[in-house]
Design a protein around this ligand. Sequence first.
Ligand code: MG
Length: 272
Amino acid sequence: MKLGRILKNDKIEYGVQYENNWYKQDVNDDLHFLEQYQQNSLILTSHENLKDMEFEWLPPLARPSKILCVGRNYADHSKEQGKLPETKPIIFSKYSTSMAGHMSVIPYPSHTNNLDYEVELGVVIGKTASKLKSINEAWDHIFGYTICNDLTARDVQKSEKQWTMGKAFDNSLPIGPYIIPSDTIPKPTNNEIWLTINGEKRQLDNTNNMIFSIPYLIYYISQNITLEPTDIILTGTPAGVGFYMSPKNTLRQGDQISSGVSSIGELRFSIK
Ligand code: MG
């Protein structure tokens, strides 16, 4: 079962994808959507076949209360920048307005000449987490998982001390297509994470190679920032980003990007 949002006949629908069918839900906000799943009260009666529907994918949540991201969380990505692995997580933010849905066509942003790609596993919080006592209990606070891209204006990021204008601009967070609830799949700790551009493999690693694990990140953030249901955490990207290739090979207009995490699925978008 997969939870998401679509735009159909100019109306936003929250719904559930099960096999190839779409089950529209009678909810209008993110929190109730997650609660309906947690309370086992999603409506799985009438449905339509996704193949027969005309619709656009939207980001699976409309207004997550926070979007926190982790910088340099795979050792090979630190190494490609000539940096040693971090000793504590680098945390920064994106915003609801940063998000774009699966299959989005994203305009090349006007403030950069080095738009770069970063596939990441996204973790959606389902239960408030504040000052957790142990790393292991963090798993209980996860609602589910999704696929993200941390699009980065690399030249802008490098020109500022804070990363906000380089990382949190409009459409800098392609996300989706949907959220897979954590109780329906094994923990995604040994998953391939990958990205291709126009069919060419650029990023490939295993989520086992995160420097700071999923539960550690939740534990760590919760010591000082209360995590709430609908919050999303981006867990970092593997090596292979375009800016650190030689020669540089960042995104261009017309590029088709496909990215994924093996047990979650595939997120695609393009640049115009
Ligand atoms: Mg990133």
